[in-house]
Design a protein around this ligand. Structure first.
Ligand code: SF4
Ligand code: SF4
Ligand code: SF4
Length: 271
């Protein structure tokens, strides 16, 4: 039986290569569905035992952010994760339904609406900050997902199995941070040069930052952190009291986005 399945997979693989050479976007979607049936959902891959005791978090040092450094970090994420570049928001617009964003620049006032006051220094309030999924300890998006396409790993990462997403967008309504995007258009058409090591998605699927789980599984830092040149982002294990992130948190005053909603964000900001 097992041997039959192996032969079937091998034959299917040959057929897949043949079709993929001239595949349209619709054919590529069908191929992905067929691969899922044969091989199981991609996003459910296990991760090393050694990482199970970690609890990942990030610190953003807003004092060090510059327009140039933020662009580098955003580009690193976009490129690694095949994020489609549909037309972006125009300056001043708060929302563009086609925009797909995993990490993006946001005005301080929009990122921290409850923490504004008229006497804050302009250098804090007038600069944009980097925002991403907060990888919440208590994620509202996981609770509402009817198919478990969004789930939380043992190390706290809130991640998606794109193949299980039915596009209901309950998670988008539940997330208080606007950290999720919906593919109204085929994302493969507008991607940068495709990175074959990361799955592409389909029209009708939600996506968001995954804290670079694929990098962590290889013992590497997230792509946006690797793109830093001046320590703008610090990433690490909150369960290790000697980790760099725990030291940074001990030595700096930090805030989190919308603490009042009870999601317990795991992205901290030095302001
Ligand atoms: S920021 Fe939003 S999408 Fe990310 S874990 Fe929290 S509730 Fe979910
Ligand atoms: S859009 Fe997808 S990930 Fe979001 S709640 Fe629906 S099935 Fe879950
Ligand atoms: S942690 Fe990874 S997925 Fe999340 S914003 Fe940074 S590069 Fe993108």
């Amino acid at each position: 039986m097992k041997s039959d399945r192996r032969h079937f997979l091998k034959a299917a693989g040959v057929a897949t290569i043949g079709v993929a050479a001239g595949a349209t976007a619709a054919e590529a979607n069908l191929l992905d569905s067929a691969k899922e049936l044969l091989l199981g959902p991609k996003g459910a891959a296990p991760y090393p035992e050694a990482k199970k005791n970690a609890r990942w978090a990030m610190v953003v040092d807003t004092r060090k952010l510059t327009a140039e450094s933020m662009e580098k970090m955003i580009h690193a994420c976009n490129h690694a994760h095949n994020i489609p570049l549909h037309p972006l928001r125009k300056k001043g617009d708060k929302y563009n339904k086609d925009e797909i964003k995993w990490i993006w620049e946001e005005e301080f006032e929009n990122a921290f609406p409850g923490q504004m006051n008229e006497h804050l220094p302009p250098k804090v309030t007038q600069n944009e900050v980097l925002v991403l999924c907060n990888q919440c300890e208590n994620p509202a998006c996981v609770r509402v997902c009817p198919t478990k396409a969004t789930f939380q790993r043992d190390d706290g990462i809130v991640i998606m199995d794109f193949h299980r997403c039915i596009g209901c967008r309950f998670c988008m309504a539940a997330c208080p941070y606007g950290s999720r995007s919906f593919n109204f258009k085929d994302p493969r058409i507008a991607s940068l040069e495709i990175n074959p090591e990361f799955p592409t998605r389909m029209k009708g699927v939600v996506e968001k930052c995954n804290f670079c789980a694929e990098q962590l599984d290889k013992g590497l830092q997230p792509h946006c952190v690797e793109a830093c040149e001046n320590g703008e982002l610090v990433f690490g294990d909150m369960n290790d009291p000697e980790s760099e992130i725990r030291k940074v948190l001990r030595n700096n005053y930090t805030i989190r986005r919308k603490p009042e909603v009870g999601t317990q964000p795991q992205v901290y900001y030095i302001v």
